[in-house]
Design a protein around this ligand. Structure first.
Ligand code: ADP
Ligand code: ZN
Length: 622
């Protein structure tokens, strides 16, 4: 049985080996078993149902809530020579009738269906008349009403088991928290299914955090290493999105804005360009992302702090779905923490006194949960440890050794004995009455006699000027870390004033030492980083042949009205550029070149490799 699966993997998909648990899952489903698959984004979930659908007789039915993506998925399969189609509300009557005809004729390997469509009596009757190879329930977490993607129709999918008990079902999701998993099992009646859980690590993503200093300049410096690559820049506010997109465009970067305040048509047009063109940078609020499964997003940059580790993990997870090196870059500053805390406190503050006890208790509980989540993220940013270890621990996973692919691993931060500085800062907060934010405290510590300092008489305090040895940026880092360490807390009702916590006592009394992280060298300062592997890849990628192949792909994709990655992924173009094959046989062995694509594009590719001028293709209308 598994020989067939391996053969299909090779012949149809052009891949050499299964990844992770794919093989075990595929064997299980091919054998008729039900499965629950929990795998992070980009790990290769689709293959887990596509291959069994091809091995087993009949049509594989894929339930997916993401109508906008179905066509791309179907296009990608058709390129591989797989007979695939979809049924959803975007099809007109005639097109839908044609799909139904092919289904009834047994001519489809895979059929993607929107859940509401599947549940219609008409569709269920239709399925009674054909052989069903399996049911795949993609994005299975949509069954959970606690998640943000709740889809009521998913609750009714238990009908599949009742009506076709002998057809294997495979439910897949990248959301793995325990309550959601339990809900999937219960609602979809998967108690007897085999559960396949993978590590949620995304080893190809390199995590890094920088101290916010001059965010726009820092972003430009970061983007300079990613010219021509697709990426997402997340900002907290719409205004910031617009400003940033404009500024990037001013520097010759292909940047487009995306947020909920924009005209819907413009938003859709921008999203389409991001998906369809190479090298577009989307500057967006978190409104952008649901269902974006563009595989070749090379970086996700956060110009502002996300709200939680969950949010951070989900947003950064949009990078590198193709498994190729990708970057998650976060610019972190204290002002963001204050801002986010303000958002968190808002509902309770706005509710005022007119609410009953129960509502108040509920809002208060929610506020505490959100504060804890934000604290965890701030702790992550300020951590001296491997980022990946901290990240995975938060999600209940243990990584034995530091990862070697995050900023703290590649460029270990220096720690320093910050006990003295911590005592100065805590004492400055205490002596000024715990009524002031970071800016004012730093002025006092550094002995800057501003108007405010003089008005408050703070220039007469014993702490005035005791910290002149450290510059403003150093002090910002100290204060941020004291918050992250739980020695200071931000009082939002007090406009971001810094309060001492109980934990500050022992430090102030000199009973406890404080180890701090030394801020990274300033941008433009000494070059601290060994040249990362990704940069080497970039050099190769920049090669003339790779560029020629990319241009060929852009033309070809455009002529067929599909996104470029549907024709070939970057990794495949890279493999071709590296191998420079001179025959169809040599081309056939390369990653991502299956039989259908070889037949369809082989000759053209060899011509590009041979450096022949691009033919004026009849298929290219532009
Ligand atoms: P997911 O749905 O889990 O986010 P996909 O199914 O979209 O992930 O797969 C992610 C990427 O990995 C795709 O580009 C896919 O072609 C590639 N991929 C999946 N399995 C393999 C494999 N065994 N070998 C090589 N590439 C693979
Ligand atoms: Zn690491």
């Amino acid at each position: 049985m598994s020989e067939r699966a391996a053969d299909i993997l090779h012949r149809v998909f052009g891949f050499n080996a299964f990844r992770g648990q794919q093989q075990a899952i595929i064997e299980h489903v091919v054998g008729g078993g039900d499965a629950l698959v929990l795998m992070p984004t980009g790990a290769g979930k689709s293959l887990c149902y596509q291959v069994p659908a091809l091995v087993r007789p009949g049509t594989g039915i894929v339930v997916s809530p993401l109508i906008a993506l179905m066509q791309d998925q179907v296009d990608a399969l058709c390129q591989l020579g797989v007979a695939a189609a979809c049924l959803n509300s975007s099809l007109d009557g005639q097109a839908a009738a044609e799909v139904e005809r092919r289904l009834l004729a047994g001519a489809l390997d895979l059929l993607y269906v929107a859940p509401e469509r599947l549940l219609t009596p008409r569709c269920l009757d239709l399925l009674d008349q054909v052989e069903v190879a399996l049911f795949a329930i993609d994005e299975a977490h949509c069954v959970s009403q606690w998640g943000h993607d709740f889809r009521p129709e998913y609750r009714q999918l238990d009908v599949l088991h009742a009506r076709w008990p002998q057809v294997p079902r495979i439910a897949l999701t990248a959301t793995a928290d325990t309550p959601t998993r339990a809900e999937i099992v219960e609602r979809l009646e998967l108690a007897d299914a085999a559960c396949f859980t993978s590590s949620f690590d995304r080893p190809n993503i390199r995590y890094s955090v920088v101290d916010k200093d001059n965010p726009q300049r820092q972003l430009l410096a970061f983007l300079a290493g990613h010219r021509g690559e697709s990426g997402i820049v997340y900002c907290l506010s719409r205004r910031r999105v617009d400003e940033t997109a404009l500024a990037l465009a001013g520097h010759g970067i292909e940047a487009l804005p995306y947020h909920a305040g924009m005209d819907a048509a413009q938003r859709a047009a921008n999203q389409r360009r991001f998906l369809r063109e190479d090298g577009v940078v989307m500057v967006a609020t978190i409104a952008f992302g649901m269902g974006i499964d563009k595989p070749d997003v090379r970086f996700v940059a956060h110009l502002d702090l996300p709200k939680s580790m969950e949010g951070y993990y989900q947003e950064t997870g949009r990078a590198g779905r193709d498994g190729e090196p990708a970057q998650a870059w976060l610019c972190h500053g204290m002002a963001d923490v204050v801002n986010l805390r303000r958002f968190i406190d808002q509902p309770l503050a706005e509710a005022g006194d007119d609410i009953d006890e129960e509502t108040r208790a509920r809002l208060e509980q929610r506020r505490r949960v959100e504060i804890r989540k934000l604290d965890a993220l701030v702790g992550y940013c300020e951590s001296l440890r491997c980022r990946r270890q901290v990240l995975l621990e938060y999600f209940g996973e243990r990584l034995e050794r530091p990862c070697g692919n995050c900023d703290t691993c590649l460029d270990p931060p220096q720690s320093w004995d910050g006990t003295q500085a911590a005592r100065m800062a805590l004492s400055a907060a205490w002596r000024t009455g715990q009524r002031f934010g970071a800016g004012h405290l730093i002025d006092v510590l550094r002995g800057k006699a501003t108007d405010k300092v003089r008005q408050q008489g703070h220039d007469g305090l014993p702490t005035f000027g005791v910290g002149a040895d450290l510059d403003e940026r150093d002090w910002r880092a100290v204060l941020r870390q004291l918050v992250a360490l739980g020695l200071l807390e931000i009082d939002i009702a007090g406009y971001g004033a810094l309060h001492l916590t109980e934990a500050a006592g022992p430090v102030l009394r000199g009973q406890q030492a404080v180890l701090l992280r030394r801020p990274a060298a300033r941008a433009g300062g000494r070059s601290r980083r060994p040249k990362p592997a990704a940069a080497a890849t970039l050099d190769a990628r920049g090669g003339a042949l790779f560029e020629a192949l990319r241009a060929w792909r852009a033309r070809t994709a455009k002529a067929q009205n599909v996104p470029p990655y549907v024709v070939f992924h970057d990794a495949t173009l890279q493999a071709i550029a590296d191998a420079a094959p001179d025959s169809l046989d040599a081309l056939a062995g390369l990653h991502g070149v299956g039989a259908a694509k070889l037949a369809r594009y082989g000759t053209e590719l060899l011509a590009v490799v041979a450096g022949e001028p691009a033919p004026a293709t009849a298929t290219d209308p532009a």
